[in-house]
Write a protein that binds this ligand. Structure first.
Ligand code: SR1
Ligand code: MG
Length: 409
């Protein structure tokens, strides 16, 4: 058995030995099994189960290369960032992130709580499950973790120290390329364009210079606005959920960036779920239920965030200048414009970029998939080009209605 003094990529059965060697969690002599359960683009995720008691933990290990694109090397330091932010988030939003039992910088692995009884949200949404408490729980997470790690609340020196601790150049570089550059330029020739929409993508994304200018502005906002400690990749594959509870995990893209990036990412990914339901559910009543839930949840995420922003601001903000009348509303308008911008850029990159989403790619009927993609891109452009007009949930609902009616006319 290894002494884990130098890095190697574990096999599932080795993950079980690793947990036994590193953590006092399972009794000595119990039969442990390990299984790879990850389906992400980057890391390896193993579930280790004690066959005698049924207890389990998760081991997440960083590979030296990403799984989606072996040419894309990324620093294994991302595990340190992830373990650290989960601890911080647990202090601001207790119970809404998994507990980290151990982080090992040599093996670039962490051992964490198994989110038993929860399903990856994208998988649940692909089965057209709905989650009545999600909007409330995720906005509690967002409002607390974002506002309370910003200069609005934190001691300014401590905040600057954290900015340094969370410098995350490789992972931010991935986002800068995959979200903010390639979808508009295909400069590295690694975009995935669905053939029936090739002309549409060429005209609407590659040749739209006004859009490209706004995307460029958003890219530099992402790179230079160290506003709050953000998750950095808050899509529905980064959430585990059930009818009662939500867990946010996988924050390896975390850094100090614009708050709206997290909120906008979530909105875009709820729209992908809507598209899947709209394109694939045959029963009209079932389709109506699921799609209405998706639209209502998009609207609720925005409106509940605004409500909780207000409450968290009033409770925690002590900075003298931030208490100047009018400042709270001005600051919020910046977050909301960034939110719309990020919803738009996430929508676009998941359609024509390298990392697509199953909600869209699993739509088998080619015409329906092409229509879904065009709805997403039309909605996205509206969000980006008119981002200062998106100030409440109803603005997103209206944008979706406009995008749908443009396809149907
Ligand atoms: C190379 S990584 C591709 C994408 O997967 C991650 O989850 C991020 O969203 C990233 O952009
Ligand atoms: Mg991830």
């Amino acid at each position: 058995m290894s002494d884990y003094q130098s890095y190697f990529l574990m096999k599932p059965e080795e993950a079980a030995d690793y947990v036994q060697a590193k953590l006092n969690f399972f009794p000595e002599g119990h039969r442990l099994s390990g299984k790879e359960i990850g389906d992400g683009n980057i890391n390896y995720v193993f579930r280790v189960v004690d066959e005698d008691t049924g207890k389990s933990v998760i081991v997440k290990q960083a590979g030296l290369k990403t799984r989606i694109e072996p040419d894309l090397g990324v620093s294994t330091d991302r595990g340190r960032i992830e373990a650290k932010i989960l601890k911080i988030e647990n202090s601001y939003a207790p119970g809404l992130v998994p507990e980290i039992y151990l982080y090992d910088g040599v093996m670039c692995a962490m051992i964490m709580e198994d989110m038993i009884g929860h399903t990856m949200m994208r998988t649940g949404l692909l089965n057209h499950e709905t989650y009545p408490l999600f909007a409330d729980q995720i906005t509690t997470f967002l409002a607390n973790c974002l506002i309370r790690t910003s200069d609005l609340v934190m001691d300014h020196k401590e905040k600057k120290r954290l900015v340094g601790e969370f410098i995350n150049p490789d992972l931010c570089g991935i986002t800068e390329d995959l979200v903010y550059m390639e979808p508009y330029t295909d400069c590295f020739r690694r975009n995935h364009v669905f053939l029936p929409n090739a002309e549409f993508i060429q005209k609407e994304l590659y040749e739209d210079e006004a859009l490209r200018l706004e995307a460029a502005k958003l890219k530099f906002e992402f790179m230079n606005h160290a506003q709050a400690l953000i998750h950095g990749d808050l899509h529905t594959g980064s959430i585990f959920i059930n009818q009662e509870h939500t867990y946010v995990f996988d924050p390896e893209f975390a850094f100090y960036g614009p708050m709206g990036y997290d909120i906008g990412n979530l909105i875009a990914n709820l729209l992908f779920a809507w598209c899947n339901g709209d394109a694939t559910i045959e029963d009209p009543a079932e389709k109506e239920d699921f799609c209405t839930w998706c639209v209502d949840t998009i609207a609720d995420v925005v409106d509940l965030f605004v409500q909780k922003y207000d409450a968290v601001y009033d409770e925690y903000v002590t900075e003298l200048m931030a208490k100047t009348p009018g400042f709270k509303a001005w600051y919020l308008s910046g977050i909301l414009a960034d939110t719309a911008g990020a919803a738009g850029t996430e929508c676009i990159r998941r359609i024509d970029g390298m990392a697509n989403v199953k909600d869209i790619t699993s739509i088998e009927d080619e015409e329906k998939r092409a229509r879904a993609e065009r709805i997403v891109v039309t909605f996205a452009k509206d969000c980006i080009m008119n981002r200062t007009d998106f100030i409440c949930g109803a603005d997103y609902v209206a944008a979706l209605e406009r995008a749908v009616s443009r396809q149907d006319s």
